[in-house]
Ligand binder design. Structure first.
Ligand SMILES: Cc1cc2nc3c(=O)[nH]c(=O)nc-3n(C[C@H](O)[C@H](O)[C@H](O)COP(=O)(O)O)c2cc1C
Length: 160
């Protein structure tokens, strides 16, 4: 039984989690849970994938609490961790500051599945920060412009 637990603000980590849920056979043995709505119990799952969107250098709070509060139980599972972000070069830094070290080393897959700084989807302060961040992007910086499907496939392949 596989648990895919995600926390997403503008929908990219959610979309990635839904793609994984469809990709991972056999259907019916995958539970998809939104961590901002519900905190799932981990008994009964031998594999867990945790996904989170990134805001200002940190993963979504609901996902951070879930990882922190379940670090012992998650350490004994086949674990995958993905983030959805837009600045590819900062992925390692975000993971280092947001994910407990023991889970970073026990995970069978950990990394970014891409994302997008989509100002059209945003409002208020988020929109302002996003616009400022896009203006600060340097020419040689790698910026994701959508989900990275190759990364998603690689992640999924660890759970077949
Ligand atoms: C206010 C705001 C701050 C963000 N800060 C970062 C950041 O520090 N690093 C990064 O790589 N992406 C950043 N992003 C881009 C998001 O991580 C990206 O849009 C991601 O796909 C969002 O995932 P979600 O929709 O699941 O929340 C930011 C986006 C917004 C709106």
């Amino acid at each position: 039984m596989i648990l895919i637990a995600y926390a997403s603000k503008s929908g990219f980590a959610k979309e990635a989690a839904e793609i994984l849920a469809k990709t991972l056979p056999p259907a019916g043995l995958v539970d998809l849970v939104d961590l901002t709505q519900k905190t799932p119990a981990l008994d009964g799952y031998d594999s867990v994938i945790v996904g989170a969107g990134v805001r200002v250098g940190a993963i979504n709070k609901a996902a951070k609490s879930f990882l922190d509060n379940n670090r012992v139980a998650l350490g004994s599972k086949r674990l995958g961790i993905f983030i959805s972000n837009c600045f590819a070069d900062s992925t390692d830094e975000v993971l280092k500051s947001s994910v407990p070290e023991e889970l970073r080393s026990s995970a069978v897959w950990i990394g970014s599945v891409g994302g997008r700084l989509d100002t059209a989807r945003l409002k208020g302060i988020d929109k302002m920060i996003a616009k400022a961040a896009s203006r600060a992007v340097k020419e040689d910086q790698k910026v994701y412009d959508g989900l990275d499907h190759a990364a998603l496939e690689e992640l999924a392949s660890c759970f077949h």
